[in-house]
Design a protein around this ligand. Structure first.
Ligand SMILES: [Zn+2]
Length: 315
């Protein structure tokens, strides 16, 4: 650490996640590419602690390279480390602000709220967990959908937020995304979905969560048959039922650098098949090399890249 830079403790541990797959994705992601717990601009300033004489949050420590970096530089790069290109978590609202022209977002179906169809209880009852997540994140559920402009191009857009129950897909996430796809088809708009989910399908809603995989996939199949353009943007982490349904179905699939993307987590796979996994397994870079994704785009370039793709596809 260079002189004059205050020492800032690493981010506090993540709040308890809700399922083993989520925990695994969080653990792996934290060591490799970051999770919601590394958030630098969080609801309660997670990851930032005051040090005597230093205003809170002036410097932050990068979980990617351990350097202490100037927060303003990170902000300017939209939450990317200027030293090592580490991509911090960004909330769904911030993501929309980064991607859309100012003041153009019109939220759709914002009144849909989760219920507790199977009265699920894990560490705490699901309905209490919902309340807690809603308070903590200011979101009703883990996705925002609507319409906005990207450099003057009108788009239908959805963003999942990995801070809300690891961005897992329950009935509300599935329903909002399916409706978004249908609206995109009806209005003949290019569709963009930015995914961030360490949770996959949300076990607290049982089979109803699993159904959302089929529902969103079917809506996308109809959209595709009608000639719609769907660009899927994968962020860290995109796992489980989310990766296995709408997130992988883009006409173009983009990923942020070093994102963890896969179905089961590497530790589960290793424990099951008992072989050493290849280096960089389940990272964006590995998946690009193996043809699962089309392109890796750094966050500061993402808006321009999306606009270019929409033009290129003639939408
Ligand atoms: Zn860094």
């Amino acid at each position: 650490m260079s002189e004059g830079k205050p020492e800032i403790p690493a981010a506090p541990a993540a709040p308890d996640t809700t399922r083993p797959a989520a925990q695994e994705a969080a653990a792996v992601g934290a060591s490799r590419a970051g999770t919601a717990a590394d958030e630098y601009n969080g609801w309660q300033g997670m990851g930032i602690r005051t040090k005597r004489g230093v205003p809170a949050g002036l410097w932050i420590r990068c979980p990617g390279c351990n350097s202490t970096v100037f927060r303003k530089d990170v902000d300017r790069l939209m939450g990317v480390c200027p030293e090592c290109d580490y991509h911090w978590y960004v909330s769904a609202r911030n993501r929309l602000a980064q991607l859309l022209d100012e003041g153009t977002f019109e939220e759709w179906f914002g009144d849909l709220k989760p219920c507790d169809p199977i009265e699920f209880v894990d560490k705490i009852p699901y309905k209490d967990r919902i309340k807690r997540e809603q308070q903590r994140t200011g979101l009703k559920d883990a996705v925002l959908v609507g319409m906005g402009m990207i450099r003057g191009r009108r788009v239908a857009i959805g963003v999942t937020d990995s801070a809300y129950m690891m961005g897992s897909m329950g009935s509300v996430v599935g329903e909002k995304l399916a409706r978004l796809v249908e609206q995109a088809q009806k209005r003949d708009l290019p569709l963009i979905i930015v995914s961030g989910s360490g949770g996959g399908a949300r076990m607290q809603e049982g089979m109803l969560s699993l159904m959302q995989m089929a529902k969103t996939s079917a809506a996308l199949a109809r959209f595709s048959a009608s000639g719609g353009l769907y660009i899927s943007v994968l962020t860290n982490p995109t796992m489980g039922g989310v990766a296995a349904s709408f997130a992988s179905l883009g006409d173009v699939v983009i990923a942020e650098p070093k994102a963890l993307i896969g179905f089961a987590g590497p530790r589960t796979i290793m424990a099951t098949i008992r072989i050493e996994l290849p280096k960089g397994f389940q990272t964006s870079e590995f998946l690009l090399e193996h043809g699962f994704i089309d392109r890796i785009v750094r966050r500061p370039a993402l808006k321009t890249e999306l606009a270019r793709l929409i033009d290129y596809c003639g939408k």
